[in-house]
Design a binder for this molecule. Sequence first.
Ligand SMILES: [Zn+2]
Length: 407
Amino acid sequence: MRIQEPQGNKTALSQQGRPVRTLTGGPPRAGGPRQGKHRPEPGASAPLGSNAKSGSAFATIERFALQAVARELLPTERVRHCLRTRQRGAKHVEVWRSVEYRRAHYKKLQTCGSVWHCPVCAAKISERRRAELEAVTALHKASGGGLALLTLTNSHSRSDKLADLLNAQEHALRRFWKDRASRRLFERLGVVGLVRAVEVTHGKANGWHPHYHILLFLDSPRSASQLKAIRFDLAQRWQDCCRAASLPLPDLEHGADIRGAEWAARYASKWGLEQEVTKGHVKKGRGDRATPWDLLRRALVGDQWAGALFQEFAQAFKGKRQLFWSAGLKDRYPIEDVDDSTLAAQVEDSAVMLGAFSAHQWRCIVRAGIRAHLLIVAEAGDWSQVLHFVDGAVAVFGQEEMRNGSA
Ligand SMILES: [Zn+2]
């Protein structure tokens, strides 16, 4: 799968030599993206204006480009409709811009709300979850509580299937929480609640590496030496639970790690960034370890093996919760219980509508692969500039649609 460059040197004249209308009623313009039934969104190699210098604009384009790859790899999942298909009964697609941040977004389109399948929804959901996590940890510290970050994993090899590892890890984790000896250790630590996140990377050498990061909320701060004193016992309990779940055993050095408040706070403030696509121009995975979005990036430039790995990941993680809050923590702090789909569909409160596209116009925009670029133009300019951009970008495709009489 490759990014296709826009096709140049087409004029705004029809093949019969007659001038044709442009999509938005303006003068015909030369140039336009190539058509194709399953053509991915233009991505990193697409020519951009001055906004390309901005990391935010690049990130927007990359998210949509990676979403296009995910859509092709997961043709039966909801991601195929995400921000492409109009909501039921919607006659128009609206473009809005937030007053405060000037971020543009669409309304009246379906969203998939999947943090595992969709880089566009995941970016939005992760950012809200991160802010929520950061706010709660700050409140907890301010009320005299302490934090620690516990990381659990186990040994794995290239031959392990991700779904098998996940299932066995979940089994081991359930034992870990119920185990009497572990509970005594948590009591010693003063654990009053936790937030658990599941993550995965893939390495060419050792295959899938699913692991848990667990933010422990403690009744009072614990020193590094207090945590160190308990780490070995935790690692032993975790190793026993892995054995009971028939998992390849983690060694006592690497299976369980516990770090203090500074690490915990840093994790809360950066949570989700590995999964998110906010700095697409920066290489994401460390060493040979690839995040799921790294796999999409590789698939985007034709790596079929990476695409197959992403499909395995998507299947294994479908329906899993990315963040789990222990009972009572959300009661203790004023956290709204909002599911991922609702978060993905939420828009800025203080936003204004710039304009709207008809169903036909939107179809042309989607087929031209300019959903991300259009948002960037909308963030920088007014509606007339958006229309100007759309006219130019969809000129070739628009003409064919017009000739078919579907305008
Ligand atoms: Zn989505």
